[in-house]
Design a protein around this ligand. Structure first.
Ligand code: GLA
Length: 458
């Protein structure tokens, strides 16, 4: 989790922006909610010096990278750098192909903690999984050889099936072309709709486009390697509140890295409330480290973008709870129904059919958006007048710096469990009213008359 410069600022990122944004992340409680990586994207380097080392722009980084990185460390952040496994980066700044060891050594000496590693200008070294693997593996080995812990975030947009090999060498891998701030508008620049075998990932990919590439690669999200659905657009103005709730929820439930991609100091109360929901973040940080399963999807009446669909997603959590997301990407509000047979479809079809024990349990239902922070409370945090201690720590919010989400979940911290809204009788129906382009996210907890099976036991 963290903050990345690209979606909101493109090439216009400098030391002042990074330090100001870091301070706002602290002031608004976001660092302590877990957003603790400051990830600088493209356009920071002006070239190489006579010894071949990358040089930062002296205009953007007048005090040099090491000084800024050390300030960010002092503020409690990790620092992320960006490069490309090509001769240039995507914005045509110097890339690292052929300079992997030298660049990794430089970054380690600066104190870099995270590398986003892009795919532009790769000299045609792609086209088969093996060619891409070899090219990305050079940097993986170079990072490991530094002996500094550096998170390796591959960004090859799903080319050459990274789902089959990237977990061996990286910590995350982009699985789609670039996101843009639209809920579901199709765009010819993002031609792929299904992930595997996608030859031209492109860009201008909507939230629904990226989300609908996940179902076939669900099993490729695991502890240590995460499918990266790209940085968040929450706050950038292209979607309404319900759409941002859907975007944030579906990224979280699929364990995509949560990298905020907006201007932090000007965050609106509503957007702060979305990014700050600890019950949703806890899904993202759950020790199960898995992705959700789309159990069904139906097309419904289209909206102005010619799109309309509804879907049921579920995910089994580490403690045996099951999370249900009812996504209404249709054009009007509707009552959505899921049967226990749908929710436990995988248990039902595991091996020879027998009625899953989960169907004879009573389940408590917790609405994970019911305790969303009010706009008034969010506004008071933004204006620094409520719950902010002298050192900038918000008291009312969940503090993951002090207690990990895993520990909080185990201790039944109520901030992570939403609001109890009812229960479902054995095999009973489940339904909820879901607004247009919104999602209901519910945690079902067994009342305890059975021992729910976890995914790894199936
Ligand atoms: C590619 C990446 C983006 C961003 C830009 C920077 O398009 O996929 O996330 O890093 O390059 O130029």
């Amino acid at each position: 989790m963290g903050w990345n410069t690209w979606n909101a600022f493109g090439c216009d990122a400098d030391e002042e922006l990074l330090l100001t944004s870091a301070q706002s992340l602290i002031d608004f409680g976001l660092r302590d909610l877990g957003y603790n990586i400051i990830s600088l994207d493209d356009c920071w380097s002006i070239g190489r010096n006579s010894s071949g080392y990358l040089v930062e722009s002296p205009i953007k980084f007048p005090n040099g990278m090491p000084s800024m990185i050390s300030q960010l460390h002092d503020m409690g952040f990790k620092f992320g750098i960006y490069s490309s496994a090509g001769t240039f980066t995507c914005a045509k700044h110097p890339g690292s192909l052929g300079y992997e060891t030298q660049d990794a050594d430089l970054w380690a000496s600066w104190g870099v903690d995270y590398l986003k590693y892009d795919n532009c200008f790769n000299q045609g070294q792609s086209g088969t999984p093996k060619i891409s693997y070899d090219r990305y593996n050079v940097m993986s080995q170079a990072l490991n050889a530094t002996n500094r812990e550096i998170i390796y975030a591959m960004c090859n947009w799903g080319n050459d099936d990274p789902y089959d090999w990237a977990y061996l060498i990286a910590n995350s891998g982009r699985m789609s072309g670039d996101i843009y701030d639209s809920f579901n508008r199709p765009d010819d620049r993002c031609p792929c709709t299904e992930a595997p075998g996608c030859a031209w990932p492109g860009f201008h990919c909507s939230i629904m486009n990226i989300l609908n590439k996940i179902p076939s690669i669900t099993s490729r999200t695991m502890s240590g390697y995460f499918n990266d659905m790209d940085g968040l657009e929450v706050g950038n103005g292209g979607q309404d509140d319900n759409e941002y709730v859907s975007h944030f929820s579906m990224w979280a439930i699929n364990s995509s890295p949560l990298m905020i991609g907006t201007n932090i100091p000007t965050l609106s109360p509503a957007n702060l409330a979305i990014l700050s929901n600890p019950a949703i973040i806890a899904l993202n940080q759950d020790p199960s480290a898995g992705a959700a399963v789309r159990k069904w999807r139906y097309l419904v009446e289209p909206d102005d973008n010619g799109q309309g669909e509804i879907a049921l997603w579920t995910r089994i959590m580490d403690n045996g709870d099951i999370v249900v997301a009812l996504l209404n990407a249709g054009n009007s509000s509707r009552t959505m129904n899921a049967t226990m047979n749908d929710i436990f479809f995988d248990q039902r079809t595991a091996g020879a059919y027998k009625t899953p024990p989960e169907l004879s349990e009573t389940w408590n239902v917790y609405d994970l958006w019911a305790n969303r922070m009010s706009n008034e409370e969010a506004q008071s945090i933004l204006s620094g007048s409520n719950g902010t201690t002298a050192n900038g720590t918000r008291t009312g919010l969940y503090n993951a710096t002090a207690t990990s989400y895993a520990d909080g979940l185990q201790n039944n911290n109520t901030a992570l469990y939403g609001a109890h809204v009812g229960s479902i009788a054995p095999s009973g129906p489940f339904s909820a009213e879901i607004a247009r382009h919104s999602v209901g996210v519910f945690r079902l907890r067994s009342q305890g008359n059975a021992n729910p099976r976890k995914r790894d036991e199936l």
